[in-house]
Design a protein around this ligand. Structure first.
Ligand code: XUL
Ligand code: MN
Length: 345
């Protein structure tokens, strides 16, 4: 039986300027046309877009201008053989989203956030994708007493329903993250995302996108988070990367901090036959600040190469020997088997 090949995707924010909270950009802005060229050259088929990546300055445009620009973007992508994977409303960079969008304390800001999210649905439709990624960036608190968590859950639910109501085919993949830029996020894990999805107007249209680093920041194992979502039929996207413990969101090369953890994620994706679902393998990785502009795509090439090497490692895993260890409850022998296999023994 033919094996479905994996399809890979990337976002323009993965070719960043090397700025961090302690220093300004160290590389020139990569022009959008060059982002697309780099993606093609690296063998990516999918492009992940924030709403204003697809339609710059959208706040200044009318609804029909927004749709026209998104349609033009679809043409640009398809000329290069690229497909839009999803659109994510970028609420966290706009002044109206300073206190979060859907859970802002100012009702005008909440209204703005919902309207902007509905525009993202229009953009997605014009780009030929039904998928909206909801990363609830500032939907949380830095000062716990500043918002009411019960009300906040209802407000996020209201936003989910508004997005679903904007188009009958619109689907939402919630991308949870426990912290950063806020101290405590209201949707910190896959369990929270799926529970919210189950309460919405059409649960069949709400799933999740799992980022490895976000799960690790929540103190969880990304492969188990993936397994939980797969069991519910809700794993609609991944942002594979890596993270060295409980720090800022590092967006390291996939496998760079914990190669075995990366192997375990690929193991779950392989067992789920994820490639056959048609969903993309996305990488949310950032080039190191020290990297010069001409080599600032190496992190993407390495992540993809590591992923493909790990697919081979999963496929060549000695399953029968592993089963014997499990049957004998000899988990020390299983540990050795896994480590020897990863070491190439
Ligand atoms: C933030 C994050 C975002 C989303 C898309 O940590 O992962 O890049 O993936 O907005
Ligand atoms: Mn991400």
């Amino acid at each position: 039986m033919a094996v479905t090949p994996y399809r890979f995707s990337v976002g323009p924010w993965n070719l960043g300027r090397g700025a961090d909270p302690f220093g300004p950009p160290v590389r020139p802005q990569v022009a959008f046309a060059d982002v697309l060229k780099a993606a093609v050259k690296l063998g990516f088929e999918g492009i992940q877009l924030h709403d204003d990546d697809a339609v710059p300055d959208l706040e200044k445009l009318t609804h029909s201008q927004i749709v026209r620009e998104a349609e033009a973007m679809r043409g640009t992508l398809s000329d290069l053989g690229l497909t839009a994977e999803f659109v994510a409303p970028r609420l966290w960079e706009h002044e109206s989203g300073v206190d979060g969008g859907y859970t802002a304390n100012d009702p005008a800001a909440r209204k703005w956030a919902i309207e902007r999210s509905k525009r993202a649905v229009d953009i997605a439709q014009a780009l030929g994708t039904d998928l909206i990624v909801m990363w609830p960036a500032r939907e949380g608190t830095n000062v716990r007493e500043s918002k009411n968590p019960v009300e906040a859950s209802g407000q996020i639910l209201e936003a989910i329903n508004a997005i679903l109501g904007a188009h009958p085919k619109a689907r939402i993949a919630i991308e949870p993250k426990p912290n950063e830029p806020v101290d405590h996020a209201f949707v910190p894990t896959i369990g929270h995302a799926l529970a919210l999805g189950a309460r919405c107007a059409d649960p069949s249209r709400v799933g999740v996108l799992i980022e490895s680093a976000h799960a690790i920041l929540a103190g969880l194992d990304p492969s188990d988070e993936m397994g939980f979502a797969v069991a519910a039929g809700k794993l609609w996207g991944v942002h594979l990367n890596d993270q060295n413990g409980l720090k800022f969101d590092q967006d390291k090369v996939f496998g760079a901090a914990n190669l075995r953890g990366a192997f375990d994620q690929v193991r779950v994706l392989e067992a789920a036959n994820y490639a056959a679902t048609g969903c993309f393998i996305g990488f949310d990785v950032k080039a190191q600040r020290t990297q010069s502009a001409d080599a600032a795509t190496a992190h993407l090439a390495t992540s993809k190469a590591v992923f493909l090497r790990l697919v081979e490692k999963v496929r060549s895993f000695p399953h029968t020997a592993a089963q014997q260890c499990i049957k004998a409850r000899d988990y020390e022998a299983l540990e050795r088997l896994v480590l020897e296999h990863l070491l190439g023994g």
